[in-house]
Design a protein around this ligand. Sequence first.
Ligand SMILES: Nc1ncnc2c1ncn2[C@@H]1O[C@H](COP(=O)(O)OP(=O)(O)OP(=O)(O)O)[C@@H](O)[C@H]1O
Ligand SMILES: [Mg+2]
Length: 424
Amino acid sequence: MTICGIDFGTSNSALAVVADGNVQLVRVDEDSQTMPSAIFYHEDGTAVYGRGAIASFTSGDSGRFMRSFKRTLGTELLEYGAIINGKLKKYDQIIAGFIRHLKLRAESSLGIDLDNVVMGRPVHFVDNNTEADRCAQNQLEKIARLVGFKHIEFQFEPIAAAFAHEQKVIGEKITLVVDIGGGTSDFTIIRLSEASVHKLDRKEDILSCVGGRVGGNDFDRDFCLRSFMPILGYGTTYGTKGMEVPISPFFDMSEWSKINSLYVPKVLKNLREIYIDSHSQKTFGRFVRAVEERAGHKVLSTVESAKIDLTDKYEIQEKLEFLEDGLEIILTRDGFEQTIMHHIETIGKWIDNCLREASVAEEHIQLVILTGGTTEIPLLQKIVKDRFPHADISGSDKLSSVGLGLGYDGARRFRSSLNSIVSI
Ligand SMILES: Nc1ncnc2c1ncn2[C@@H]1O[C@H](COP(=O)(O)OP(=O)(O)OP(=O)(O)O)[C@@H](O)[C@H]1O
Ligand SMILES: [Mg+2]
């Protein structure tokens, strides 16, 4: 019996295997234990994944780059699919291609076939829609079966992160997990203890689970719209009536899963017509050029890396030479924080709900686990530290703790013997 856990993330994925009684993350992408959830479809029909996909895209190869496809689960986009090299490919096939690749990489590096899996899932794939949520999990289960898994179980991502950290817990700790990734924010309050590590039934320890569809992708979108799109003509006017240029193309360029929808002839024709009557041809012309040159992913990658640079710096200068010689933009951490403040408030409310559902008072939280790449944001860390001043804060392995925890969960659920534990 071979067992693994898969964290299929919006931005990064990981796979942990249970082998020889140990749980360990597998090097699935070059030397790395995480793989960017990215695919590049070359025009000759071949596909490359993870860092290879990013390299193909960055070096300007012809083809189609895709990210954030997890976000289509449970939405109508899954059914519509995307046109890739002239052919319609549904998103379930796209996701299956990615998960199959992850599985094959792990199998070839381990020399075994994997047939049992615990897949991670967010607390909610879709907000306030139980049916869409159920549907998303069913779609993911079908995909896992399609790629060859025989037994498939699911676990909430923040609970998995808690299981990974539990390996290091001494005594018993009432723990809050704050897992903010690329697509969703997920929270749990759970009782962790060294004595529970092998316990099969954890229902009594899980005090609450809360979550919603806010993640780093939403921060990128809002930062892009507020700080980058205005210099590409967002909010400018055209024509004799002085109408505002349509906003939807700017929104599409700001959302990873929608950028490709800009690259259809109808959209470009429409943008060129507006350009003729534009009152701000210099700025709007940059947007038209970005669409003509299919530079949308490059724009949004620049936004994301600016966001990441503002983790360490208070002010940065971001060059947009690929759009226009000498074009650059000054960005500040203050500006970024203002842009994301409404999301931070939503996250605060979810933490309230999580405490309320668990009937646990703030001061009784002994450990806070910060996981998911978005929890690198200094403002988020400060808010959590200010709110739980008495708790220990653990922020290690932000991109891999969910994957590792799914491995531990798999070991327990599939009743494999865990002789020794590999700590994270
Ligand atoms: N230093 C940083 N500052 C701000 N954001 C960051 C930083 N590092 C990574 N991120 C963001 O973290 C997100 C990726 O985190 P992670 O890999 O945990 O997500 P994921 O697990 O793939 O997504 P999800 O769990 O929501 O499906 C991206 O939006 C990325 O831009
Ligand atoms: Mg995640």
